[in-house]
Ligand binder design. Structure first.
Ligand SMILES: NC(=O)C1=CN([C@@H]2O[C@H](COP(=O)(O)OP(=O)(O)OC[C@H]3O[C@@H](n4cnc5c(N)ncnc54)[C@H](OP(=O)(O)O)[C@@H]3O)[C@@H](O)[C@H]2O)C=CC1
Ligand SMILES: CC(=O)N[C@@H](CCC(=O)OP(=O)(O)O)C(=O)O
Length: 348
């Protein structure tokens, strides 16, 4: 376990929802010092003036996002829109700085696939094979020695953790998976757009991107690795009139007699600090993981319809983004994996 001098941390994109969530978590982490936090719009302002919840905890002024402002950091988090981290990552890596990217720049292994879904050429395709996809429940050992960590997306985290035990054990038809997933509005980031107004999202509920969402290739890439065979996935995201939270309802068809699925899930996750398999018959509530780094899972085998249904909930800003990024930092720098991440979900 690491002890001694704190590590120096930088955050690019410190004014967005995941950036501020990183600050909230890191401010109470005993092993880090927040050295640099960037914002183009708010450079020169004190972090705590913009975010009074951080008063007394974060005594730093926003700087511009240029690489020069990140010198001396041990690790830099990118909490920026897609297409930004890939511009600066090579220069940071060259200086020996570990990069943890919360955006999708390094999540897909295929540069052409990335360009197709993100609408631009990748700036450093040579780094895609090196980047470690940071889902600790699957790739913990690789994260421990990674220079470049691609933090998974929010929907992909909920879906992969929900389906993992079934696919690893080849218990379901991998070509007939369905993920019906709902997200709170903070998943769209902190921006002024008409579809995100309260009067547009409140008291209403809709699916979106049914024909193709950029998380589809990311989820499929992860599931193929778990299953060891081709995967067919229908993924339908929805926008819920709430701020935080993701609820995934996952459908799979068993091949043969699946056995005791409840026990399978309990055994697969018994040593995982952030995955909680609920007792049989439970219906997880997004509220119970709000503000926490936990994924709560319930599993049902519906004999009448021949389906397995898995329910998986996370807080999109914590296990779906900033919390998972801190979990990856803990692994990479030798802290106990749960350091700074022990907050219990807020109720109500
Ligand atoms: N919201 C969520 O639930 C999740 C988000 N993610 C991903 O994490 C990343 C951040 O998301 P989120 O926090 O929601 O985004 P926000 O839109 O809330 O914040 C974006 C941040 O990036 C900064 N930024 C924007 N453009 C640039 C640029 N060109 N150079 C440097 N900094 C820039 C902004 O500050 P400024 O413009 O002042 O520089 C701001 O601080 C995204 O890639 C997102 O897809 C992943 C999982 C979940
Ligand atoms: C509700 C909402 O809009 N959610 C976002 C996904 C969350 C996100 O930020 O995407 P990444 O995980 O790829 O970084 C969306 O559908 O685009």
């Amino acid at each position: 376990m690491r002890s001694g001098k704190p590590i120096e941390v930088g955050i690019v994109g410190g004014t967005g929802y995941t950036g501020v969530e990183l600050l909230r978590l890191l401010a109470l982490h005993p092993g880090v010092r927040i050295r640099a936090v960037t914002s183009r719009a708010d450079a020169g302002k004190a972090v705590a003036d913009l975010y009074p919840n951080l008063r007394g905890h974060v005594d730093v002024v926003f700087t511009g996002p240029e690489v020069e402002n990140l010198g001396g950091c041990d690790v830099v988090f990118f909490a920026t829109p897609h297409g930004i981290a890939m511009q600066s990552a090579p220069a940071l890596l060259e200086q020996g700085i570990v990069v943890i990217d919360l955006s999708a720049d390094f999540r897909l292994k295929d540069a052409d696939e990335w360009a197709h879904w993100y609408g631009q050429e990748h700036a450093c395709p040579g780094l895609l094979s090196e980047a470690v996809y940071g889902l600790p429940e699957v790739r913990r050992e690789a994260v421990r020695s990674a220079r470049l960590i691609a933090n998974p997306g929010c929907y992909p985290t909920a879906v992969q953790l929900g389906l993992l035990p079934l696919l690893e054990n080849r218990l379901v038809a991998a070509d007939r998976l369905i993920a019906d997933v709902k997200s709170g509005v903070s998943g769209a980031g902190r921006k002024a757009e008409v579809p995100l107004l309260m009067s547009e999202t409140g008291e209403s509920f809709k699916a979106y991107a049914v024909a193709g969402h950029r998380h589809w290739p990311e989820i499929v890439q992860g599931l193929v690795e778990l299953a060891g065979e081709p995967v067919g996935l229908t993924f339908v995201p929805h926008l819920l009139p709430m701020i935080r939270g993701i609820h995934a309802t996952l459908y799979a068809v068993p091949v043969g007699e699946p056995g005791d699925i409840q026990r399978l899930y309990e055994e697969r996750y018994c040593d995982e600090p952030f995955v909680d398999v609920l007792p049989p018959g439970s219906h997880p509530d997004t509220r119970d993981v709000r503000g926490s780094n936990r994924c709560q899972i319930a599993v049902f085998e519906l004999r009448r319809s021949g389906q397995i249904v898995v329910l998986s909930v996370i807080d999109n800003l914590v296990k779906g983004a900033a919390g998972q990024a801190v979990q990856n930092m803990n692994l990479r720098f030798g802290f106990a994996e749960t350091t700074g991440l022990q907050a219990i979900g807020l109720y109500p």
